[in-house]
Design a protein around this ligand. Structure first.
Ligand SMILES: [Fe+2]
Length: 230
């Protein structure tokens, strides 16, 4: 698909992208320009690995680490997700401090979740809700092999606008699309509300392969989404 077809296909996101572009500014120039940056070896993947759950669905934990709800996983049907899985709490706080250091702004925790994807599943092109203003996706592990391991996370950088009286009037340059392959423990930091992101269909053999990822979400303490904190 060329860029014109791509823009046309996701036209309904244009107003949202226009209203959010540049709202989550930081002191990290590259981050502000691209909407993402990668941190290699952000954490030790050994601290994140857990067995593949037997059941699919979304398991919700409260802040005491107790399961309070089990329901259908609606974003990626048939996957397994865990909201605020207690095992990742320590990493959640550690990663917040690292990201704060790199972007030069203080963050509040909102929530985090990990997901086991299975073959044939797709993460549709989407932008996130307010609590995901600053998000970090860390690759934990997969049993995909060979070329199948190359299952990228795609992200679209913010469009650049022409301003008139401090208002965005027209797109000067559409944001580029990039695909990212992370090693276990690597993280991609991205502006969830500004930058659409997605994954194409997962390769592999159903009933055998999985791909495990964790998403840590934050908001900027004195930013537009600060009211979304826990
Ligand atoms: Fe998302």
């Amino acid at each position: 698909m060329n860029q014109a077809d791509f823009i046309n296909r996701y036209k309904k996101f244009q107003n949202w992208k226009k209203s959010t572009a540049g709202t989550s500014w930081t002191y990290h120039d590259r981050f502000d320009q691209d909407g993402f940056f990668v941190i290699k070896n952000l954490c030790n993947p050994e601290c994140l690995i857990t067995p593949v759950p037997e059941k699919t669905g979304l398991i919700v934990y409260d802040h005491m680490g107790k399961i309070v709800q089990v329901k259908e996983e609606r974003q990626v049907l048939g996957s397994t997700s865990r909201n605020n899985f207690p095992h990742y709490k320590e990493q959640y706080n550690k990663i917040r401090l690292e990201v704060e250091k790199q972007i030069g702004r203080k963050l509040y925790n909102t929530y985090y979740f990990d997901r086991f994807y299975y073959p044939g599943q797709v993460l549709d092109y989407h932008v996130d809700r307010g609590p995901c203003e600053i998000s970090v996706s860390v690759h934990i592990g997969t049993n995909l092999e060979g070329d199948d391991m190359r299952w990228p996370f795609y992200i679209e950088s913010p469009d650049k606008y022409k301003y008139k009286d401090e208002k965005k009037v027209e797109v000067l340059e559409y944001g580029g699309i990039s695909g990212h392959l992370l090693q276990p423990g690597d993280g991609i930091v991205y502006k969830g509300c500004e930058c659409p992101h997605w994954r194409d269909e997962m390769p592999g053999q159903q009933g055998h392969h999985y791909y495990h990822q964790v998403f840590f979400h934050y908001v900027i303490q004195d930013g537009n989404m600060a009211h979304e904190c826990e």
